[in-house]
Ligand binder design. Structure first.
Ligand code: 0O3
Ligand code: SF4
Length: 334
């Protein structure tokens, strides 16, 4: 897959900067926090309130620098491996989910676990378990090394085959016609690229079955649709998000594919190079599912100071979905 999130891959036009007050911003909606991220961040906050610091978190709770740094300041301790949490400690599993082997390791270390896995990731875990039990091989479309994919594949490692990008299709083994085959996916992929991969998979394996429902979640899809709606009118597209955030990086790719002349991924407003604004009249702006709105507001302030004060929000969907906190952190358990 192309890494279009890398500024080096983007194109810029050099012309005169707009007269102050004449630039406009098209602000994508929905953007930012999805229901799964909201729940995961609140899980750590509530755990800190209820149990006190330190609360251990396996991996980044969500892939956002600001969120991780802020929670760390409040007493969350982020560890890479389960065994780094001391025996008996509280350990939160991140929104991206973990394999059964990780649950087992935490049990063996007598850790008190709080599972912040997004319910929509758990849904894919359950599909893997069910199809594996029913004798299927599973083609899991996703990015190699991503935590979500490791957790999902870990439900049935012997029959799950990762398909990473279009190139991944050719690397798959042959499957006999009587071997049952289904494809599933990571929740945060590009919808268009996934459809392209699935088309190739169907061409290669005539008997391949489709999943019972979408694995690319509502939030991923909605954010991509909103970016597409404004990218063609944007001379420059800024996506707020971290470099390790799959869904945020996909938004940069989508913006470029949908016609934005340039697109960049930034964690903070201060990372915007003023030269990107040269000759630009319209800036498209969005943020990944793990990004707090305050970071978008800082970008809007940065742009306003440079003449981009006319902000138009373009809304392509309304999101109302919320997820309940893990049981131990719900109000009635206090
Ligand atoms: O999966 P991704 O790298 O996009 O993760 P983020 O940035 O933390 O966003 C939340 C998505 C998620 C937890 C898995 O669906
Ligand atoms: Fe859940 Fe989708 Fe958000 Fe991932 S992006 S945490 S699957 S709602």
């Amino acid at each position: 897959m192309t890494d279009a999130a890398n500024p080096a891959n983007a194109t810029t036009e050099s012309a005169l900067a707009p007269t102050p007050g004449h630039g406009r911003v098209l602000l994508a909606a929905p953007r930012g926090y999805c229901a799964g991220v909201d729940r995961a961040v609140e899980t750590v906050e509530k755990a800190l309130e209820k149990y006190g610091a330190p609360v251990y978190v396996r991996k980044e709770i969500v892939h956002n620098r600001y969120v991780v740094d802020t929670l760390a300041e409040r007493g969350a301790v982020f560890v890479d491996q389960t065994f780094e949490a001391p025996e008996g400690a509280h350990l939160v599993f991140s929104a991206h989910g973990v394999s059964p082997a990780v649950h087992e390791e935490a049990r063996s270390l007598s850790l008190k676990t709080l599972d912040a896995t997004c319910p929509l990731v758990t849904k894919v875990h359950n599909e893997v378990k069910r199809f594996a039990r029913d004798g299927y091989h599973i083609l899991l479309v996703g990015h190699e090394g991503h935590e979500e994919v490791e957790g999902t594949a870990g439900e049935a490692p012997d029959v799950t085959h990762l398909v990473d990008g279009v190139e991944g299709v050719e690397k798959l083994p042959d499957f006999l016609h009587n071997e049952k085959l289904v494809w599933l996916s990571q929740t945060t992929l590009s919808v268009d690229e996934t459809m392209e991969i699935v088309k190739l998979l169907h061409e290669k394996f005539e008997h391949l079955q489709d999943p019972p429902s979408d694995d690319i979640c509502y939030a991923t899809q909605n954010r991509q649709v909103a970016v597409k709606a404004i990218a063609a009118d944007s001379d420059l597209f800024i996506v707020v998000g971290s470099q390790n955030s799959s869904n945020s990086k996909r938004l940069v790719e989508v913006a470029l594919q949908a016609g934005s002349k340039a697109a960049y991924l930034v964690d903070y407003a201060k990372q915007i190079d003023p030269s990107w604004l040269e000759g630009v009249h319209t800036v498209g702006l969005s943020s990944g599912a793990s990004v707090p709105e305050i970071l978008v507001q800082e970008v809007l302030a940065f742009l306003a100071e440079r003449g981009f004060s006319d902000v138009e929000e373009v809304t392509t969907a309304a999101e109302k979905i919320t997820f309940a906190l893990p049981r131990d952190l719900r109000p009635q358990h206090n």
